[in-house]
Design a protein around this ligand. Structure first.
Ligand SMILES: Cc1cc2nc3c(=O)[nH]c(=O)nc-3n(C[C@H](O)[C@H](O)[C@H](O)COP(=O)(O)O)c2cc1C
Length: 203
């Protein structure tokens, strides 16, 4: 099982990157093959340009996009780990989606409407935030985060969303609390790893 972990936090010592590292270690313990793609470390260029758009339209995929698409194609399980910034993804992650999830790779549009092309893959989203979950529930937008960050991006591409976890008040949380969140996150992966073991090995 190939597990692609996409992390989008500039600080190596952040909760997000600690969680990404823990997910990778846990994957190895569960016979999955993890790869962390930290978009800041690889200096991913998030700006979708007119030149990108015209090349993609002509079926020419710029090399930095094609490299990421290959990793996505090979992945059975994808984890996205990011802090909530202005109610959304950090710009580098949004730009990764803009540039990598291209028409013809992640989806296609036919006369029957849009069709996701990344079927058969599972994804788990991890969103750390400064606010509490209750604050967002009170405003009625927690579910909107699930829809917009999850279904509108990955659901559209045909990927099965198997979990979306929110980590509240991370900026004020103790190390102990952060470790508890990480432990809980790893527990949430157990059903995914055990169900995968029953799937026959791909030829
Ligand atoms: C530019 C910026 C925008 C932010 N916007 C939000 C926000 O909209 N909602 C929220 O709850 N927290 C917001 N925060 C707080 C971060 O989500 C929080 O610091 C982060 O999740 C902490 O986790 P980390 O240790 O992985 O950085 C913002 C922080 C920054 C730097």
């Amino acid at each position: 099982m190939q597990h692609l972990i996409i992390s989008a936090h500039p600080n190596k010592n952040s909760f997000s990157n600690a969680l990404a590292e823990a997910l990778a270690a846990d994957s190895r313990n569960n016979n999955a093959n993890p790869m962390i793609r930290n978009l800041y470390e690889i200096d991913f260029n998030p700006i979708l340009t007119n030149s990108d758009l015209s090349q993609i339209k002509d079926g020419l995929i710029p090399p930095d996009i094609s490299r990421e698409q290959k990793l996505l194609k090979e992945a059975d399980l994808i984890s996205i780990v990011y802090p909530l910034w202005w109610g959304s993804f950090p710009a580098v992650l949004k730009g990764y989606f803009d540039r990598v999830l291209t028409n013809g790779f992640a989806f296609k549009i036919s006369t029957d409407g849009p069709e996701g092309l990344l079927k058969g893959k599972k994804i788990v989203l991890h969103t750390s935030m400064g606010n509490s979950v209750e604050e967002y529930e009170k405003k009625g937008i927690l579910d909107a985060f699930r829809q917009i960050h999850g279904n509108e991006v990955f659901g559209f591409c045909g990927i099965e969303i198997v979990g979306h976890f929110f980590y509240p008040r991370i900026s004020d949380s103790s190390e102990e609390m952060k470790n508890r969140y990480i432990e809980k996150a790893l527990e949430n992966y157990q059903p995914i790893f055990s169900s995968q073991q029953q799937i026959p090995v791909k030829m």
